[in-house]
Write a protein that binds this ligand. Structure first.
Ligand code: NI
Length: 139
């Protein structure tokens, strides 16, 4: 781990006011912590665009299990890509609707393809993929 380095930043005063308001809104204890998070976010976004990079992700799916064969089709797609699925959780939201959460880890391209397949399956009401990082390359 590198040593802590202090550096100065020149900024338009109005931009700084907006940044300070954002820091307060987001409950950052100081500007340094907010800037560190901004830098990490950009680094994570860049990492996700590099082909072959192993990333972590969470996929949520909401669907009606009464739609014919839907649950079975979703399971088959998941079995085809079982190597990137770390775990799944299924919650019965009500009589009709299910919430499924998949925790994923693998090459970004593979994760995106799997998510697209599941989200676009007929009968899935809502799907959202949230990409993050394994954290290995971050300080
Ligand atoms: Ni269910």
């Amino acid at each position: 781990m590198g040593k802590i380095v202090r550096f100065g930043v020149s900024l338009n005063s109005e931009l700084l006011e907006q940044f300070d308001a954002l820091c307060e809104e987001k409950s950052y204890p100081n500007r340094s912590e907010a800037i560190r998070d901004l830098i990490r976010n950009v680094l994570v976004q860049k990492e996700q665009q590099i082909t072959g990079t192993v990333i972590a992700a969470v996929l949520t799916l909401v669907y009606d299990h009464h739609v014919s064969d839907l649950a079975q089709r979703l399971i088959e797609i998941q079995h085809d890509e079982h190597d990137v699925i770390l775990t799944t959780m299924h919650v019965h939201l009500d009589h009709h609707n299910c919430l499924e959460v998949l925790i994923l880890k693998g090459a970004g391209e593979k994760i995106n393809i799997l998510a697209d397949k599941l989200i676009s399956t007929k009968g899935v009401k809502h799907g959202k993929l949230t990409l993050t990082t394994t954290g290995r390359n971050l300080v």
